[in-house]
Write a protein that binds this ligand. Structure first.
Ligand SMILES: NC(=O)C1=CN([C@@H]2O[C@H](COP(=O)(O)OP(=O)(O)OC[C@H]3O[C@@H](n4cnc5c(N)ncnc54)[C@H](O)[C@@H]3O)[C@@H](O)[C@H]2O)C=CC1
Ligand SMILES: CC(=O)C(=O)O
Ligand SMILES: [Mg+2]
Length: 476
């Protein structure tokens, strides 16, 4: 796919240059001819006969980077000291740390934050457990829990390899919504064990964000934890994705003038995200949703190994369509992809109804290259940040947990999710709305505030809020 060749890797070449032998112009030409785009030049040190420089270059992929290195090595007077990928550099030593809120400078400080003073606080919590919310990190802290089995679209890469994603989620929680989040990657795939561990660690947390746990195990794990814990448990890949997708669809339909209840929607990839997207679409009023997976359209009368699919067929696909994506997509108004790279073809898009809406949300590579789809659709959205219309659950989870924590919600229910979707959609005003702006930017400051407020309101209305946020502010 062309998308894989776009400049998405940023490489720093540290070079020693013999100034009598080679000019910077020769180096720049060499890099440019190999497909690199120089975006920064830093002088590290200079001597009488040589200089050391860091040249930052954007390249399409690893092969381009290697080609540039090979060309530089051939130039007289150039030696490569080292090559670093800026994405790797930003991960060195991990991306987050814990900071104390008060300094410990004297024995007096020590005796208050630690023993003996801390004992009084422990006793107060032992006598009144709800004080954990006011006297510990619980009220502002979320566990981001994964077992590394469905990491982005990379699949079962294990708990250690999942950590960078979970650290990234923790950064986003903090930066977007002030929520302290811990990445916790478990070295087990056993649902019983995951449930037991998460329950056992729950006292420290005000909420649990499950992440990148493969289906169908994710459904059982989330359901059991919701039943057994009194703090919100939210599987981001299901509900965060569904909320943001619905927000994007609400706004796309504002453009096309079509109504949710009248349109045909294909959801491709009936896993964690696909099932949740379907459920929220139906809850919002859609009537004709057809799920498609590797086995084609999920329909009644088929004996699926995956029990989720048998259940799914009962409440979707009103015309009981069967067959591959390329057939059932005919006449569809909307394609929601939460499956795998490159499986939607331009010919498939051509078979859709007028003004097609395509959300190709598989990460990191979408179901169709947005540049290929663009001439044939009214709206194209992906999960990526390097294209317009980024439909990514980062627009949801910070605000939804900010709201849930602030009102000490017992759970995140359907009303709260629908309220969050409407809130995200509402950030885009009528004047701003266009084919390339159906969803607010991740950096739009209004998103978290609007989602938080809407979630609190819905939590209060549905009786799951344990606190008025005003009272929480008064306690600070
Ligand atoms: N943009 C966003 O915010 C989000 C995007 N995603 C992306 O959606 C995709 C799925 O994520 P999950 O639902 O968590 O994974 P999952 O593993 O629970 O589900 C994936 C489903 O896609 C199906 N699938 C795989 N290849 C297929 C093919 N060639 N044709 C039809 N179906 C196929 C699988 O059989 C499975 O049912 C991933 O690429 C993930 O990165 C997931 C969550 C959020
Ligand atoms: C965005 C996200 O959570 C995913 O692709 O899994
Ligand atoms: Mg995820």
């Amino acid at each position: 796919m062309a998308i894989l060749k776009k400049a998405s890797i940023s490489i720093v070449y540290r070079l020693k240059l013999e100034t009598e032998t080679v000019s910077f112009g020769e180096i720049a030409t060499s890099i440019g001819q190999a497909g690199g785009d120089i975006v920064g030049i830093d002088i590290i040190s200079t001597g009488k006969t040589s200089t050391i420089r860091d040249i930052t270059v954007n390249v399409g992929d690893q092969a381009d980077s290697e080609l540039i290195a090979a060309r530089l090595k051939k130039l007289d007077g150039v030696s490569i000291i080292h090559i670093s990928d800026r994405t790797f550099l930003v991960h060195l030593g991990g991306k987050i740390e814990i900071q104390p809120k008060v300094p410990i400078k004297t024995r007096d400080d020590l005796s208050r934050v630690y023993t003996p003073g801390v004992a009084q606080v422990c006793t107060a919590i032992a006598e009144e457990p709800s004080k954990a919310y006011t006297l510990t990190i619980k009220r502002n802290t979320v566990a981001v829990v994964s077992d590394g089995t469905a990491v982005l679209g990379l699949g079962d890469i294990g708990p250690s390899a999942a950590m960078p994603v979970m650290e990234g989620k923790a950064m986003l929680f903090k930066q977007m919504a002030g929520v302290d989040a811990f990445p916790i990657c478990l070295d087990t795939k056993d649902p019983d064990e995951i449930v037991r561990i998460v329950k056992a660690m729950a006292p420290a947390f005000g909420g649990i964000n499950l992440e990148d746990i493969s289906s169908p195990r994710c459904f059982e794990i989330e359901e059991r934890l919701k039943q057994e814990l009194d703090i919100p448990v939210f599987h981001d890949d299901q509900h965060g994705t569904a909320v943001v997708m619905l927000a994007g669809l609400f706004n796309s339909l504002r453009l096309t003038g079509k109504k949710l209840e009248d349109i045909k929607i294909i959801v491709n990839g009936i896993g964690a995200a696909g099932i949740a997207c379907t459920k929220i679409l139906l809850a919002a009023g859609a009537r004709n949703v057809v799920g498609v997976d590797r086995a084609g359209a999920i329909h009644r009368g088929e004996n699926y190994d995956n029990p989720q699919w048998t259940r799914y067929a009962e409440f979707t696909n009103p015309d009981n369509l069967s067959g591959p994506l390329s057939e059932v997509i005919a006449g569809a108004d909307v394609f929601i992809g939460v499956s795998a790279p490159g499986i939607l073809k331009v010919d498939d898009v051509r078979r859709m109804a007028a003004d097609p809406i395509v959300f190709a949300m598989a990460n990191p590579v979408p179901e169709i290259d947005p540049d290929l789809a663009a001439p044939h659709v009214r709206v194209i959205a992906t999960g990526r940040s390097d294209h317009p219309n980024q439909i990514n659950n980062v627009l949801c989870f910070p605000g939804i947990f900010r709201g849930a924590l602030d009102c000490r919600a017992k759970e995140v229910n359907e009303a709260m999710k629908l309220a969050a979707a409407r809130a995200i959609a509402s950030v885009v005003t009528d004047d701003e709305l266009s084919e390339t702006y159906i969803i607010p930017s991740v950096f739009n400051q209004n998103v978290v505030r609007k989602v938080r407020d809407a979630v609190i309101q819905a939590a209060i209305e549905t009786g799951v809020a344990r606190k008025d946020p005003g009272e929480i502010k008064a306690e600070v």
